[in-house]
Design a protein. Structure first.
Length: 205
């Protein structure tokens, strides 16, 4: 299958997965990445055409965690205003621990659907979730059935302190170094002013 000269790329960002690994790799204590800037940087490096960013995250209920509920409400509104397609799910708390339900499934469905509908040539997953490895297998089947070239990429923070240095299996791995990530931070801080003054809140949710 012939590789296209112009490669249309779409980002699928697992917000919590990216935040956790950026915290471990770079020491950032809240989800301060700018999704548009980060994807523009990746596309610019590889000569891909940015065809959109899709962002996925879990959000706590207001009565369970008013701080992070308010944070994400403001943050996701700003993302939508910036042209980002946002999908969120309300966090569940089995055993008292916050758990995202349905985020990885939603990402998988969107990656497969948009490949089938020929929306992209390069799908960039900002995630290291190995549950998405089977998605790459399915996208390869779609590429063969459509007789066209498709690439799936796993982009992730990389540093000596990173706890995981593997991308998603069956994808091309794209490590993001600190100088690239730090150049793509959102200058706005959506945390309450009292928290900014007293120190970081590091859970991300």
């Amino acid at each position: 299958m012939e590789e296209p000269a112009i490669k249309r790329a779409i980002a699928f960002i697992d917000g919590q997965n990216l935040f956790r690994h950026a915290k471990e790799a770079f020491g950032h204590h809240h989800p301060n990445h700018d999704p548009n800037k980060l994807f523009d940087a990746v596309c610019g490096e590889y000569g891909w055409q940015n065809r959109g960013v899709r962002y996925y995250t879990g959000v706590p209920k207001a009565d369970r965690d008013p701080f992070w509920h308010g944070y994400w409400t403001k943050r996701l509104r700003a993302m939508r205003n910036g042209g980002i397609h946002v999908t969120y799910r309300t966090l569940k708390y089995p055993g008292g621990r916050p758990v995202e339900k349905g985020i990885d499934v939603r990402i998988a469905l969107d990656v497969i659907r948009m490949a089938r509908e020929m929306h992209y040539d390069v799908g960039v997953n900002f995630s290291q979730d190995q549950d998405l490895a089977e998605v790459a297998r399915e996208v390869r089947r779609i590429a063969r059935s459509q007789e066209r070239w498709i690439k799936l990429v796993s982009a992730f923070p990389s540093s000596p302190t990173a706890t995981s240095r593997r991308g998603i299996d069956r994808t091309d791995w794209l490590p993001i170094e600190r100088h690239v990530y730090d150049a793509c931070l959102d200058p706005r801080d959506y945390r309450p002013r009292t928290v900014r003054q007293s120190g970081p809140a590091g859970r991300g949710r």
